[in-house]
Design a protein around this ligand. Structure first.
Ligand code: CTP
Length: 404
């Protein structure tokens, strides 16, 4: 079984003083559950919102708040802890990061435990800001975030929504799952290498309606395509996701176009491809649809014995590619490699991702996948069993090779 990227990783979680600090308890717990060793450092403002005891209990480690003892008679055993922590860590996450802390880090201040540690850091730094909308959109804050980006910090932007003040707008701390996805991405060595790229992804099954209650569908959960969309977004791409019916959720910043049938998917792909650089067709598009749709529910007494079907249009084969990078998937049960190569050439693709249903823990309704990638030039790469998020990152890295 493949190993969780976070397992055994040493992570410092910096928590600063804003209402979203309560969410750091859940973040700590999830990081620990995924096998990371977590050490928490808090600003004293953060302790107004959540106690060090809570985060110490959840992280199973001492929590640092003060650099200096509170009274002259109190001794501290931590000594050069900020250097020790900075050398120890594989990753530091600051979530939530207030505007104040962001400003301090951007300008090199080292005036509390957290900023002192950050100044000495050797590992990557992931910052998830949170503030009320006007503080967040303040030009100085945005400039400071740009400085941090330019110095190599990985920013997981705040999200839009209802804020603690009751105002609506951008400023909500990013969802913990997104912060953890970004941590996983960074710890796997990926960065924001898709900035400026417009990526169109399709996901899920299509449903071809028979009557108002029944349809022809397939077992695709949409997970692979959604993980590709998420990974591309975190790596900086502008992402549009065209999804057939799926229970899975992408991030709120990803432009989502919901479709039902192969026909709807085809017209949305054609419409959105014009403004995209890359199309990744991971949807399991139905090949057959009922020849006719019955407006009324087909009843038992109709004594139906068969449903006549016709073929849907093949979206990839009928596309005008116009210099776009087009990636297809091949889902096979036998003669896998040959079938995938045939699809690569007959559908005029730049790259094909082969999924074999023979592989255990691979394909439909699973969280993992084991793929082979074949490029137009015949180069073939085999990947081991990984989570679908990691697989998504491998696919994106192969696409980046085509750009170069
Ligand atoms: N595809 C498509 N339009 C269709 C069917 C499939 O664009 N009507 C795309 C899929 O999104 C995938 C690729 O074609 O990227 C291969 O899909 P797959 O189901 O493996 O193959 P098919 O071409 O449908 O052929 P078969 O089912 O006979 O293997």
């Amino acid at each position: 079984m493949q190993k969780d990227v976070l397992k055994g990783k040493k992570i410092i979680l910096g928590v600063t003083g804003c209402i979203a600090a309560y969410k750091s308890a859940y973040l700590t717990r999830e990081l620990v559950r995924r096998g990371a060793e977590v050490k928490v450092v808090m600003t004293s403002a953060a302790t107004e919102f959540i106690t060090p005891l809570t985060l110490s209990t959840l992280s199973k480690n001492e929590v640092v708040v003060n650099i200096f003892p509170k009274s002259k008679n109190e001794s501290t055993s931590l000594n050069t802890w900020h250097i020790d922590y900075a050398v120890w860590a594989d990753l530091m996450i600051i979530a939530p990061a207030t505007m104040n802390t962001i400003a301090k880090i951007a300008h090199g201040f080292a005036d509390n435990s957290l900023t002192t540690l950050t100044a000495a850091l050797r590992c990557p730094l992931l910052i998830a800001p949170a503030a009320d909308v006007d503080m967040y959109e303040n030009k100085i804050t945005q400039k400071n975030l740009e400085i941090l980006k330019d110095t190599g910090c990985f920013i997981v932007d705040a999200e839009e929504g209802e804020l603690a003040s009751g105002l609506k707008g951008k400023g909500r701390l990013a969802d913990n799952n997104k912060i953890i996805d970004a941590a996983e991405l960074i710890l796997s060595g990926f960065r924001k290498d898709l900035v400026g790229k417009k990526i169109l992804v399709t996901a899920g099954p299509t449903y071809e309606d028979i009557d108002p209650v029944r349809f022809i569908g397939n077992r695709s959960s949409g997970k692979m395509g959604i993980e590709i969309a998420k990974a591309a977004f975190l790596r900086g791409a502008d992402v549009t996701l065209i999804s057939g019916p799926s229970k899975e959720n992408a991030y709120s910043e990803i432009n989502l176009v919901n479709v039902r049938s192969a026909k709807e998917m085809k017209s949305e792909v054609e419409r959105n491809l014009k403004s995209s650089d890359v199309l990744i067709m991971s949807a399991a598009v139905a090949d057959y649809k009922p020849a006719a749709f019955s407006n009324k529910k087909i009843k038992k007494e109709d004594k139906l014995t068969s449903i006549r079907v016709t073929q849907t249009d093949d979206i990839l084969s009928s596309l005008k590619k116009d210099g776009k990078i087009v990636v297809g998937f091949a889902l096979e049960t036998d003669n896998e490699l040959n079938n995938a190569k045939k699809k690569l050439s007959s559908k005029n693709l730049d790259m094909i991702v082969l999924n074999s249903l023979k592989e255990k823990s691979s394909g439909f309704e699973t969280d993992t996948n084991k793929i082979k990638i074949i490029h137009r030039n015949g180069k073939k790469f085999d990947f081991p069993l990984k989570s679908k998020f990691q697989t998504a990152n491998d696919i994106l890295s192969e696409i980046l090779k085509i750009f170069r």
